[in-house]
Design a protein around this ligand. Structure first.
Ligand SMILES: [Zn+2]
Length: 427
């Protein structure tokens, strides 16, 4: 089932976005001192905002704004209106604290339910939610969406993988929501338990929270004999539920544009880029009450397309995120995302989708060691394989690691809880 708004004409959608942008800017201006200052500095008054195109006149919001206003300086409502708090997992410094009113929570459940329907899940399904419950938005975000959809939700949270597998089998879980690396770990653990992961009832994997390359998706789909659906979101905007792939096309993630307005900008100049060009994703919330967000610089690199999708939805689609600005590695002056290396390495059948990147500095020189797991069945020549992989990296990325090491299947540590760590920067 597709809601009417999901296939509204672009002009209908624009009218709704324009109206909501006017409300959002006024709400932010009147209730958040930092937004008022920033808007005044940019010489924009709420009265200047007429259509959604005026979004370009607004100043950006960045992680630094969240840091400076920690914990609640960006909240736009009184404490008594707040129903829930979440926090983003900051790897460094203080987390970003985010808040929801009752209406915000309702919108969140609605966009998550819509996302699950787009993924092909319906009210007759059982959804096993293996995202961590707690301050992280993944757990309660998927939970609320599954309930709003009328599905049966099994709140296993993350970890305890053997039990996850037993429950999936015994309860007939049709879908599982988790990170992509955890989906693979689940398949491996099942094999170790003597359970064929393809025989599990799971037919959909709702993954997100980490970048997932196309070869990684194929691994997940093959190993679990399931459809892999990418979800995108971030706590600063709402949590998961900003964008999702439709199961009909699996060709880009539909952004729920009635609530989150997307732009792609040149990260250097801040200038908006036309559809089809790669840049940094910037999002503006259009209905948030507790924490309105104007032009948030996500740090995520993607492209937008406005072509109608085979599924009939008219909302813009974004490519799967190729990299987060935070993940960007600068090695010997070359800019690289770990996902680009993953993309190349996983072209080889002889290797497993498990790798780690170690970065060192020797004197003034950067040094990269890439460690990749071999397929269990591999009995070929490692030196030949090394040469092939290095040649492929050189031709695809004009970059080769200083050292490429192959290790036996199972030697690289798996992550059972939280996000996978692939890069170890010792510099
Ligand atoms: Zn679609």
């Amino acid at each position: 089932m597709i809601e009417d708004i999901e296939r509204a004409s672009r002009s209908e959608l624009r009218d709704l976005q324009s109206e909501r942008l006017r409300q959002t800017v006024r709400h932010a201006y009147e209730n958040v001192p930092r937004y008022r200052e920033k808007l005044e500095e940019a010489d924009v008054s709420p009265d200047d905002v007429e259509t959604i195109d005026d979004v370009r006149e607004l100043p950006f919001t960045t992680k630094a704004d969240f840091r400076a206003e920690y914990p609640d300086g960006l909240f736009a409502v009184d404490d008594e209106e707040i129903r829930r708090i979440h926090a983003s997992s900051g790897t460094t410094g203080k987390p970003k604290i985010v808040a929801y009113t009752a209406d915000d929570l309702e919108v969140w459940n609605e966009v998550m339910a819509r996302s699950m329907r787009a993924a092909g899940i319906d009210s007759s399904d059982t959804v096993q939610n293996a995202y961590g419950y707690g301050l992280f938005t993944g757990g309660l975000g998927f939970h609320g969406g599954a309930e709003a959809l009328g599905a049966n939700v099994v709140p296993t949270s993350s970890g305890n993988t053997q039990r996850q597998i037993e429950l999936a089998r015994d309860l007939g879980s049709d879908a599982i929501s988790c990170t992509p690396s955890y989906a693979l770990y689940l398949a491996e653990t099942a094999e170790e338990m003597g359970v064929d992961p393809r025989e599990l009832p799971i037919s959909t994997v709702l993954y997100g929270a980490e970048t997932c390359t196309e070869p990684m998706r194929e691994e997940i789909e093959t190993r679990l004999d399931a459809t892999g659906i990418e979800n995108y979101g971030l706590s600063e905007l709402i949590g998961p539920g900003v964008a999702v792939e439709c199961h009909e096309a699996q060709d880009g993630l539909h952004i729920w544009e009635d609530h989150f307005y997307p732009e792609v900008i040149d990260p250097e100049t801040g200038e908006p880029l036309p559809g089809g060009e790669e840049g940094e994703l910037v999002l503006t919330s259009l209905s948030k009450e507790a924490l309105p967000v104007l032009r948030y610089r996500t740090g995520d690199v993607t492209t937008l397309t406005y072509e109608e999708c085979a599924c009939g939805r008219t909302m813009a689609r974004m490519d799967g995120v190729t990299g987060r600005a935070d993940d960007l590695l600068i090695v010997r002056g070359v800019n690289l995302y770990p996902s680009q290396i993953e993309d190349v390495v996983l072209e080889f059948d002889a290797v497993e989708p498990q790798y780690r990147i170690d970065l060192y500095r020797e004197g003034t020189l950067d040094r990269m060691e890439l460690t990749v797991e071999l397929d269990e069945a591999f009995d070929g020549d490692r030196d030949e394989l090394r040469e092939d992989v290095l040649a492929r990296l050189e031709s695809a990325l004009s970059f080769t690691p200083d050292e490429l090491e192959f290790v036996e299947y199972g030697s690289i540590e798996r992550t059972e809880v939280g996000k996978v760590k692939r890069v170890y920067d010792h510099r």
